[in-house]
Each structure stands twice: as structure tokens, then as C-alpha cells.
Write a protein that binds this ligand. Structure first.
Ligand SMILES: [Cu+2]
Length: 621
């Protein structure tokens, strides 16, 4: 902040949207020997509310100067946490809003009203294009610590200009009574909690198996660097696996680049609901400090995140990232019946995670590293549904009742993860692998055949694909310049998990802004400025940016530095059991070595030491 201030770039109405590490050029990182540190630079996005103007700055920390300063016309960067707080205060102070509250609900005192900022999107109006807007949703608590989401103020929709921080107007769409029931989930408010859970203790008397130096981690054969920024949250860098005497690179960088939650109810109070939780809210900015609550068991190592307030002051998110080891059942087993001797190994995985709260919803982001070279990413969806009120006796068509007169609209969550591979270096290709049933033929006389067909993807357009259950489609990232023990290019297989297609029409405004949902898989040649699947500034954008725009050039992607982008969607059809708080739903993907190693890399895992007393009885893995 001080460097930008000294350079005269900061006005009293400037917001610091984000300040993050300007990551050094890849070739510098690849050539880094540990001696000459690259120049230390920060990348800042600033927004001046008075001028309604966005600027990007690159600042040299070493030299104390602003190296570049660039006006980005016509964009709205993501909303800051400060704006969330100020927006709520502005709505609660608004005469028009208070007047609506009295007329609709007879509420004179606003202290139990909750106002959640919601992004406004862009539906083509002059207002959507020219103002920095929010369209908050409002709720009413029964008392100051109640779960207010149980009582939506359905008919009232304030529209807020975030530049003036004023309510422009309050839209009223009819009258809905408050749902009759309250419902809470807090420990001090749930009566009759179950009594039959005995403690489950995980102890690691000798400490954990990982070694940490700053943000660099070594765990068994794995090495990587943990990163964190306001927009993406947790990032992994320079992921390597030690194979014999060689640290072999797998991923240069991995991150969640965007996500969107479109809602499927066309009624007036609900139809604008969609949220780009990365590009509009900032997944890192919404990260929990796990100092306040982390439920991992065992030896936990935390990492802090260093962000800024919207006024440029340092903002420390203590314990934003949690790392620990978990037992994960059987790693492998075989009993040779002739020897009567089982060989079994327990699987240990390293878990690196963070959790973000985006108003009502929670997202947990979990990277798992396994001893056999597997890399898994899992999103955990929990928190509270976005709820609305319905009329007494009404059964909603576009959602589900979760309690009397309270419903949750159908919706989807689409995530996009960017995997910048460096598989034994950056000369990589991607293959689409389809399983093909064999035709009956002299060669296939018993008609039992099937085989894989690997298509090396040559251009960006050829790479765009959906999952295919019919062909058990998977993908393989290979290094054509390095052969394995059986003379095949070394590779890692990409195995998708659950997925979905978008159910909103292609004409839906949000789909234009979220072009990344058009294909599950995209492959691009590395470009340092291609970072976010929906582009740099999806908030209130008119769309067409990001993957859709870049890949229109149909660049070659074979035997080059490739980036693999994966879009995965969770279709959420709510149920009463998701209320008042949702049991976690899981979605993600798996990367599995496929000819990367010469054999099972976990062959060398020793049997686990077991101290077992006679009283403990039998052994079961
Ligand atoms: Cu959901």
C-alpha cells in the first residue's frame, strides 16, 4: 500500500480488491538453483469508487516502485469483504428498506435483519453495465444468535450501488409471510444431542511424517509448495515425487480458478440468483481462520494467509490452511494361500485443505497426496442452503420444501480447476482415452474384446470434450520425450468423478459469463495471462471471456507446455435433510500415475507398527 500511496495511485475512495504475489516467470522458476532469488513483485487490483475505475498495478517490493499501472476499462472486480459489511449496514440504514419492512412484516427494528450481499450479474440493462451493484437477499433472525436463513424476507429486494454505498431502490415483488418455524444447528441450541459417541483419539506420539520449511512441504516422497491468494484461495505449486534418486515434477501449479452456482427458479425474486464465488467474491478472501474451528484429527500443521483489507491494510488470516496425515484404510494386500502369510499395508494420505464461507454456503477444498502417487482433489459442500419463502399450501415447482413455507431452489455448483502440468518437464501432450468395444470378428471370435483408444489431442478445439459414460472416457497427460520401463511415454491419468451438464438454457445470462461450463475438459498451451476460466473480471461482465475466448484461436497443444482445465458440476436438488445445515456433499477428481513409475511406487511401504494388547482382540484392516 505504501508504495502505491507514495506513487499517488491511492485516493480516499480507492479499494484494494486484492494484493497477491506476482508469480515469477516460469523459465526463471525452472532455472532457479536456490541462490539468486527472482525479483519480488506484487500484483494489485485497485478500484476507485468515486471514478468507478479499475486499475491493475505491478509493484516491485525490492525496489519500492510501481512498475506498471494500467486502467482496465468497463470492468467490476470482485466484491471485497469490507463491501459485504458496508452493504449490510447501508441496507439496514435505508429509509426505503425500513419502510418496506414495516409494510410487509410490521418490523420496526432492523437489528435482527440479516443482509447478504449478492452479486448483481448482468442482464443487459444500462444499470448493470454502468454501476457497481449488489442485489442483497435479506432474512430475519428470531434473536441475535438465531439462524436467520430459516426466515427469508422474500418479497423485498434492495438494489445497492456499491460505489456510493447507497440503496438505489427497493424492489417489491409481492408479499410472502414469514415461514412459521425456526430451526437451528448450534451446539447450544440443539436439544437432546446423542449421547452414545465415545471419543476417537488419533495420536502421533513421534510426530508427523512431514517436514515443513516456510511454505515448502516434504512428505514421504512428495515435495510441494503451498500458496494462497485472495481470489483462488489455496494453490499448490511445484509438486514433485521422489523416484529413486530423482525428484520428478508432476504439476507446476494447481488451483480452483472459478466456480458458479446458478439457481433454477424463474420467479421474480429468485431468477437473478447465481454466484461466481471465485471471481465475484474471492474464495481466498472468504477463507475461514481455522484457529476458530478445525475438526481434523491428529497432528495438525497450519499455514497463515496474508491478504489485505479493502483499504490496503495487511489482513492476516491465521491458520487459513490445514495440513495433516490421515489413515486411509488398505493401501494394498495379498495373502498367498500356500504361504499362509498375508502382506498388507495401510494407506497414509497427506491432506492439505482450506474452508471458505461465502455467505450462507461453505466450501472445503481438500488436496490429498497418496503413497502410490495418486493425487486427489475433493470439494466438500456444506453450510446452509439459499432459502426462500413460499405461500402457505404452495408446492414449489423449481425447488423443494425443506420446512413448512420454506423452500430451497434447485441449483448447480460448477467448479473449474486449472492443472498446469510439468510431467518430467514441460514438454507434455494430452490424450483422450476411450474404451472401445470389439466387433465380433475372426480376431474376436468370442466377442469378448474391448480395448482403449488413445487420441493425442492436437489443438484446443479438438480437446474440448464432455465426459462419456459410454466409453469410460479418461484423459492421460504424457511426456512424449521420456519413455518408461516398457517404452511408453510416461504419463498420469486424469479420472473424472461425478459431473453434470448445465440445465439452464444456453440463453441464460450466467452461461454467457461462465463459458467454462460448455465443456468438461479444455486444454490450452500455457500462457501466463490465462489464469481464470471465466476471465479476469466476471463480476457484472457481459460474458465471452476466459476459456471460450482463448480457445477460439484453436492453438496447437501437442508436445508443449499444456494446461488442463476441468469443469465439474454438482446438481443439487435440495431435500429436507439439507436443513437447517447441509450434511457434506463431495465432488472432485483423481490423478493416477499411469506408466509414470516402473512399478507400484508404494511397494516399499513397510508394514505398520502395531502395538496390540490381547484385550484388543482380533485384527482387522
Ligand atoms: Cu448446493
Amino acid at each position: 500500500m505504501s508504495i502505491l500511496k507514495a506513487a499517488g495511485k491511492v485516493t480516499p475512495t480507492t479499494r484494494f480488491v486484492s494484493v497477491s504475489l506476482q508469480e515469477p516467470p516460469k523459465d526463471l522458476v525452472h532455472a532457479f538453483t536456490g541462490l539468486n532469488l527472482p525479483a519480488r513483485q506484487a500484483f494489485a487490483v485497485l478500484f476507485d469508487n468515486a471514478a468507478n475505475a479499475c486499475h491493475e498495478a505491478v509493484v516491485s517490493i525490492d525496489r519500492g516502485i510501481v512498475e506498471s499501472w494500467c486502467h482496465i476499462p468497463g470492468v467490476q472486480p470482485m466484491m471485497t469483504v469490507d463491501e459485504q459489511v458496508e452493504c449490510e449496514a447501508a441496507v439496514l440504514a435505508s429509509e426505503a428498506f425500513r419502510d418496506s419492512l414495516v409494510r410487509h412484516y410490521g418490523i420496526h427494528d432492523t437489528k435482527l435483519v440479516m443482509v447478504d450481499i449478492w452479486s448483481a450479474g448482468n442482464y443487459g440493462s444500462e444499470e448493470d453495465c454502468a454501476h457497481r451493484l449488489a442485489r442483497p437477499l435479506c432474512f430475519l433472525r428470531c434473536d441475535p444468535t438465531d439462524n436467520g436463513y430459516a426466515r427469508p424476507l422474500e418479497g423485498i429486494r434492495p438494489v445497492v450501488d456499491l460505489n456510493s454505498m447507497q440503496v438505489i431502490r427497493v424492489e417489491e415483488h409481492g408479499h410472502w409471510p414469514l415461514p412459521p418455524g425456526a430451526c437451528n444447528y448450534a451446539a447450544d441450541r440443539v436439544a437432546d444431542q446423542r449421547q452414545d459417541i465415545k471419543p476417537l483419539e488419533i495420536t502421533q506420539a513421534d510426530g508427523p511424517s512431514f517436514v515443513v520449511e516456510g511454505y515448502q512441504v516434504a512428505w514421504q516422497n512428495w515435495k510441494f509448495v503451498i500458496g494462497f491468494n485472495a481470489r483462488e484461495g489455496l494453490t499448490l505449486h511445484h509438486l514433485r515425487y521422489r523416484d529413486g534418486n530423482e525428484d520428478r515434477s508432476i504439476l507446476y501449479r494447481a488451483s480452483l480458478t472459478e466456480m458458479v452456482v446458478p439457481y433454477g427458479d424463474p420467479t421474480e425474486t429468485q431468477r437473478r440468483k447465481n454466484a461466481f464465488d471465485v471471481g465475484e467474491y474471492g474464495m481466498g478472501m472468504c477463507a475461514n481462520s481455522l484457529e476458530l474451528g478445525c475438526d481434523c484429527l491428529g497432528f495438525i500443521r497450519y499455514f497463515d494467509a496474508h491478504l489485505t483489507t479493502s483499504r490496503g491494510e495487511p489482513l492476516l488470516v491465521k491458520n487459513a490452511v490445514c495440513m495433516h496425515e490421515e489413515d486411509f484404510g488398505i493401501l494394498w494386500k495379498h495373502t498367498d494361500r500356500r504361504l499362509g502369510k498375508p502382506e498388507v499395508r495401510r494407506s497414509r494420505r497427506l491432506v492439505v485443505s482450506s474452508v471458505s464461507t461465502v455467505e450462507n454456503y461453505e466450501y472445503g477444498f481438500f488436496w490429498y497426496l497418496y503413497q502410490d502417487g495418486n493425487i486427489q482433489f475433493e470439494v466438500k459442500l456444506t453450510g446452509i442452503l439459499s432459502l426462500g419463502a413460499v405461500q402457505p399450501g404452495e408446492t414449489p415447482k423449481y425447488g423443494a420444501l425443506v420446512a413448512p413455507q420454506l423452500y430451497a431452489p434447485n441449483h448447480q455448483h460448477f467448479f473449474n480447476v486449472r492443472l498446469d502440468f510439468d510431467l518430467d518437464g514441460s514438454n507434455n501432450s494430452v490424450q483422450q482415452v476411450d474404451v472401445v468395444p470389439g466387433e465380433r470378428s475372426p480376431e474376436n471370435a468370442f466377442a469378448n474384446a474391448f480395448h482403449t483408444q488413445a487420441t493425442t489431442l492436437s489443438t484446443e478445439c479438438a480437446a474440448q470434450a464432455h465426459l462419456s459414460l459410454e466409453t469410460a472416457r479418461s484423459w492421460k497427460i504424457i511426456n512424449p520425450g521420456r519413455l518408461n520401463a516398457v517404452d511408453q511415454p510416461v504419463g498420469y491419468r486424469f479420472l473424472p468423478g461425478d459431473n453434470s451438464v448445465p440445465f439452464a438454457s444456453p440463453h441464460a445470462s450466467w452461461r454467457k459469463r461462465a463459458g467454462f461450463v460448455e465443456h468438461h475438459v479444455w486444454v490450452t498451451p500455457f500462457h501466463p495471462e490465462e489464469r481464470f476460466a471465466a476471465g479476469e473480471y466476471p463480476n457484472q461482465s457481459s460474458g465471452g471471456d476466459g476459456l471460450v475466448r482463448w480457445t477460439a484461436a484453436d492453438r496447437p497443444i501437442e508436445a508443449t507446455d499444456v494446461v488442463f482445465w476441468y469443469t465439474f458440476g454438482h446438481t443439487h436438488l435440495p431435500r429436507p435433510e439439507d436443513y437447517p445445515v447441509m450434511p457434506t456433499a463431495y465432488i472432485g477428481f483423481l490423478l493416477k500415475p499411469a506408466g509414470f513409475f516402473a512399478r507400484n511406487p508404494a511397494n516399499d511401504v513397510p508394514p505398520s507398527a502395531r502395538k496390540q494388547s490381547a484385550a484388543e482382540g482380533g485384527c482387522c484392516h
